[in-house]
Design a binder for this molecule. Structure first.
Ligand code: HEM
Length: 468
């Protein structure tokens, strides 16, 4: 069995450890468990700077990360600093990934977005010097740790996998995209709110499916994500770099965007009774406003900062009403009315699917819960995710429902169609490291998400399997 710092630990006295936690300390480090494993409440040494801002945007997040990571205006990977300025335009994954992250620690981003050896071989060309301070993020990538071991095995497995399902993913996205336009036009021509709602459903599925493509090198299909006012460019930061790399932590914009309306962190100070239980009722209203809130927030940011956050591809949402208008004799008011319904339903479906996909349940780690201080990146992902059993086995369901979530977090650049072929490697590696891979049904996910909204008691997460 591979050596792993915690595999020999069989249990942790949960309540005692939590009570012993010094609340309000800057880094959340606290008493060790009864086996002297140092535990922590947070995956970062410093509380994220951006968190103090009322308007939490991707610009603020990157600004805060620049300040907290202390990468001296360069790019940090592990304990080294690199100057990637000349590499920005040559990066095979697209220039924006590198441009956006200047001045930050890109260790997690670098590790998860590359499975082969080539990127690591290129690094020495851009090396400047060793970093002066320790990393702010505590997640580790030990050579023989869980994530690096799994990644080596996945790289090997990828040489023999069947790539045909990746083409099926493209076909599914293309069909959903066409279907959205056809249904939207029919809804207008027949003045049918039912068809408009169905078009909204297809728009949400199209966006979910387009998410499969935004994690990769630049490609046109990722732009389908912009169909209802979302932005693939913003999501590459808020989702790919923030949520994916630091799920359920204070660095996860997909949590902080929703505060103070929906609060998943287990903290009595962070939410009152109304937020804990009222959110069960008003939560769906929040999802419904998601699309328009997204564009509203960016407009507000542009006005307040006087810095434009819009690009040409932000005009993509207009294509849908334009097609509806061109295909009918309706006046513009009727077009806008049906379009509004489509966008609202798309927001509702997108939110309902996304927020129940895999991350919110009392058994899932959220910032404030106790985790081992020296936690491997992959182990942390297992802690922050419970996969959905009901989405397994259907490529369509996986694509529209954010299925196979754990493997997707571990290897986001791989097509969702390929992921099922990697389960054997994942299970074997989990077994070897005595780690628990968890699954639940949709009903447990829905109930669990609401329980998590109400939860205020921190818990202790033990990543290894219980030893009987
Ligand atoms: C913020 C950090 C980075 C991110 C988010 C990132 C993201 C990506 C993405 C999304 C791809 C395309 C993967 C695909 O479609 O399969 C890619 C490919 C690639 N990246 Fe990066 N990248 C980062 C930094 C770097 C750095 C620092 C290097 C090397 C100096 C590098 C070298 C490469 C190479 C060589 C490829 C081609 C595919 C491969 O050989 O693995 N990247 N990257």
């Amino acid at each position: 069995m591979a050596s792993y710092p915690w595999t020999e630990t069989s249990s942790v006295t949960t309540t005692t450890t939590v009570v012993a936690t010094p609340d309000g300390d800057s880094d959340g480090a606290c008493a060790a468990d009864n086996n002297n494993t140092p535990m922590t409440k947070f995956i970062t040494a410093k509380p994220p700077s951006y968190y103090r801002k009322p308007l939490r945007t991707v610009t603020q997040w990157l600004k805060g990360k620049r300040r907290d990571d202390d990468a001296e205006g360069l790019w940090r990977i592990h304990d080294s600093l690199y100057d990637l300025t000349e590499f920005i335009e040559c990066h095979p994954g697209g220039s924006e990934w590198i441009r956006f992250t200047k001045g930050t620690d890109i260790t997690e981003a670098f590790e998860v977005h590359h499975i082969g050896a080539r990127p690591e071989q290129l690094l020495p060309r851009y090396y400047i010097r060793a970093a002066r301070s320790p990393r702010n993020v505590r997640l580790t990538f030990h050579k023989d740790g869980f994530y690096k071991t799994l990644k080596r095995r996945v790289a090997e497995k990828l040489t023999t996998v069947n790539n045909q399902p990746a083409q099926t993913s493209e076909l599914i996205l293309d069909s959903l995209l066409c279907g959205s336009f056809v249904l939207a036009c029919l809804a207008l021509n027949w003045n049918s709110y039912l068809l408009a709602a169905l078009a909204g459903l297809l728009v949400a599925w199209t966006m979910n499916c387009a998410h499969n493509f935004l994690h990769r090198k630049d490609n046109w299909r990722m732009m389908a994500f912009n169909l209802a006012f979302f932005s693939y460019r913003e999501w590459r930061v808020s989702h790919a770099l923030s949520h994916h790399l630091y799920p359920n932590s204070k660095l996860d914009l997909e949590i902080s965007f929703f505060e103070p309306f929906l609060c998943w962190f287990p903290s009595a100070a962070g939410k009152n009774l109304f937020q804990r239980f009222g959110s069960w009722v008003y939560g769906p209203l929040i999802y419904t406003t998601m699309c328009l809130a997204e564009v509203g927030k960016r407009l507000l940011e542009t006005i307040l900062t006087r810095k434009n956050t819009f690009y040409a591809d932000d005009a993509i949402p207009v294509l849908l009403p334009l097609a509806m208008w061109v295909s009918s004799n309706s006046d513009i008011f009727d077009v806008l009315k049906i379009w509004f319904v489509i966008v609202q339903v798309a927001g509702l479906v997108f939110g309902a699917i996304g927020l129940h996909a895999a991350h919110h349940h009392p058994d899932i780690v959220h910032s404030g819960d106790l985790i081992p201080a020296d936690i491997d990146f992959g182990v942390y992902q297992l802690a922050a995710i419970i996969d959905r059993t009901d989405l397994k086995g259907s490529q369509f369901k996986v694509l529209v429902g954010f299925g196979d979530h754990c493997l997707h977090h571990l290897f986001p650049t791989l097509d969702h169609g390929i992921l099922p072929q990697l389960y054997q490697v994942l299970f074997e590696t989990c077994e070897e490291f005595q780690l628990e891979y968890r699954e639940q049904h949709w009903l447990q996910a829905i109930v669990g998400q609401h329980q998590q909204l109400a939860r205020i008691e921190p818990r202790v997460y033990v990543p290894w399997k219980k030893v009987k």
